[in-house]
Design a binder for this molecule. Sequence first.
Ligand code: ADP
Ligand code: MG
Length: 578
Amino acid sequence: MTRLLDTADDFVQDALAGFTAVHGDLVRRVDGGVVRADPLPPGRVAVVVGGGSGHYPAFAGVVGAGLAAGAVCGNIFTSPSAGQAYRVAAAADAGGGVLFSYGNYAGDVLHFGAAQERLRAVGIDARTVLVTDDIASAPRDRIEDRRGIAGDFVVFKVAGAAAERGDPLDEVERLAIAANHRTRTLGVAFGGCTFPGADGPLFTVPDGTMSVGLGIHGEPGIRDVPMGSADEIAEILVAELLGDTPEDRGDRVAVVVNGLGTVKYEELFVLYGQVAARLGAAGLNVVEPECGELVTSLDMAGVSVTLFWLTEELEELWRAPAYTPAYRKGRGERPAATGVSDDVYAVADPVRGPAVARRAENVSTASVKRADRALELLTAVRATLHEHEEELGRIDAIAGDGDHGVGMRRGVDAALDAGTAARAAGLASVLRAAGEGWSEVAGGTSGALWGAALASLAPSLDRDDLTVAQWAVAARAALDTVVRLGRAKVGDKTMVDALVPYVERLEAAARAGLTLAEALAVAAEDAMAAARATSALRPALGRARPLAERSLGHPDAGATSLALVLSTLARAEEGRNP
Ligand code: ADP
Ligand code: MG
């Protein structure tokens, strides 16, 4: 449990404030997380890591020389928003581009993915290397679906060391990918973890047993076995890890014995001894092992073992010095103190504030007129989503978590506010600001997707000749964005099921020479019909998947809200051209 807290809601921010007070010479807070106190030298690649909080020293604790340039810090076990990831990355960037690295979880992939697009849109090269080291989370033939656990640290270390010596972004990315391919972790849980302020743990492990294959968000292991001695635990973990090695593994291996939160260091050392003996007996050379807490899961009782199969180039990076709040290695030197204040450093946001004003100077009056029209449409969409909030929540609650109505309402409100503030900068800026506002405030899967989709409309809609063909191009761009980020296919029971027929019908309408009002109307009808037809489907993605059967006979919430929005747009266009 968490004994030292004021309010559960403020726990993450209070902890971050204390953390930066302690380590103000090494890190400073930015809106969304922390970056190094000393900026990177110009041209250096910024390795930006992150995820939910509750994993310290991941992620803020590994920001510093030889490791990360910044860490994005979400709520406990919750993906940070795209806006947070964007702002931390923009603050960390020194002109050499950004490498995002984090564990493979759907929410993080969506929000960091959207942040990556935004960085690219403002001319910052950004790449992503997902960590997928947990061998219990998916079989070898679906290795890319595995989640990231303690192997996060290995990949961050390699990427950080490569960036520190001045490697260009392509190279840092290549080495991080290589490190991830050669990293495997398996853990065992003895007891669950408890959210700050919560009454009980997220899971329990039955007395006398341990749970093999733990996760780092309070997921229990995948199988319960009788509790073993250190010797027996080492045997299980090492045997399974040696059964799942990269091809061409070699015989040099770095080892991380990681405590999940409440296992004592002495116990970890006992386990390390057993692990090392087995690796030695298998003819392997252990290189610079780590033993301690590197990626935790609140107060979870558990331990994991990571094997990182070295190559010559990866070994050099593994051995390289580092100096961060939680991790120091070799001759890494403490940087000279810069005397930074504990204020949260604000990051200029290109879709709001001064950048908007700057752009507004050379914006055409036509683009501002188009911005006004878009804000009118958004106002109409807002009315629709407010009206249907309760209904959308009810549909989502059948097999999902019931938050879709609230999410869409919050999203559209924030989009309208942000879009209105950017009005003078023209339509493209309005759409980008609206998308950012939506994603930042709505949360959830749909928040990330709607935010990115809105922003993706900007290049194709800000032009004089808004023809049916041009609408189709814009809608196709939105679809591509949703699919690229969410990876849903038609039939997975998501908003994609309504968006695909919409785009196809618009494209056909353009060829057939329909007016814009006619085209939007028939396409919206198709989207509505497709949304209703999702009732016959079982969800293959998202939060509704575990309860797929319950969802049969009910439409998908996200497809329904999308069809409602598209119908609203059609009605608005019809009203304009009677
Ligand atoms: P969450 O699922 O995070 O609670 P919401 O409840 O706001 O988010 O949104 C749920 C909707 O999001 C689903 O009904 C579905 O239409 C859509 N969705 C979920 N996952 C995906 C995905 N990978 N691609 C496209 N849409 C998705
Ligand atoms: Mg939901």
